[in-house]
Design a protein around this ligand. Sequence first.
Ligand SMILES: [Fe+2]
Length: 235
Amino acid sequence: MNGFQRNVLLPKWKRMCSEGPYDFVVVNGDLVDGLNYKERGMGMWTHSLDLQAENAAHLLNCISVQPEAPIYVIGGTVYHVEANPGIDQVVAEKLAALGKNVKYCGLEQILEIEKQKFHFSHWVSDSIYDGTSLSKEILMSKKHDIKVTGMFRGHRHHYGFYSDGFRFAAMLPAWKGRDAYVQKRGMRYATTQIGWVTLTVGKEYWNVQPTVWNIDDAIPTVSLGKKKETFAKEK
Ligand SMILES: [Fe+2]
């Protein structure tokens, strides 16, 4: 583990795990880093996809859930998890072997709770502006008459939310720091956030509660000759 993983990611992951027991968990794709091939594999703690999957399963196994609570795994992108075989599915199988009630869902899944439907998939509609992407999801779901209360998306590694009062679309944070790919692209990807989102559903009621941290201040900082590694503070 590097300093960021040890000092920032792990304590926050443990906090998420301990805030259960949750009634259900959805892991919305890209469960491992993969080969990082655009950076020729630079910065990876291991290039073994099997080891990455093994560790992902053990980390997910730490999440406090109700007995037999379902854990749904959605498939992510070829860049991280390949398509055939899909490493997200491998993680799901390894987590099931640890005794959890896991279902690998493929690339999308609707979850019905209290007669309300919530749609999960990893990709999000195109636009650099989060609000546009999320409102496109709502517009398209209406256009194609897909009856959902809410949609959850990933991929952007930060939280976002849009609602027209009837439906909502939310973008989920991630559990990854700034790799070389992100560092090279300036501010476009500076808004990386880590964290999770809690969905509470009742009769004709829903609430989406994000718990997120910015990691923009994980950018190495040098102050006048004194080199200091900095990490995200709780905000
Ligand atoms: Fe992604």
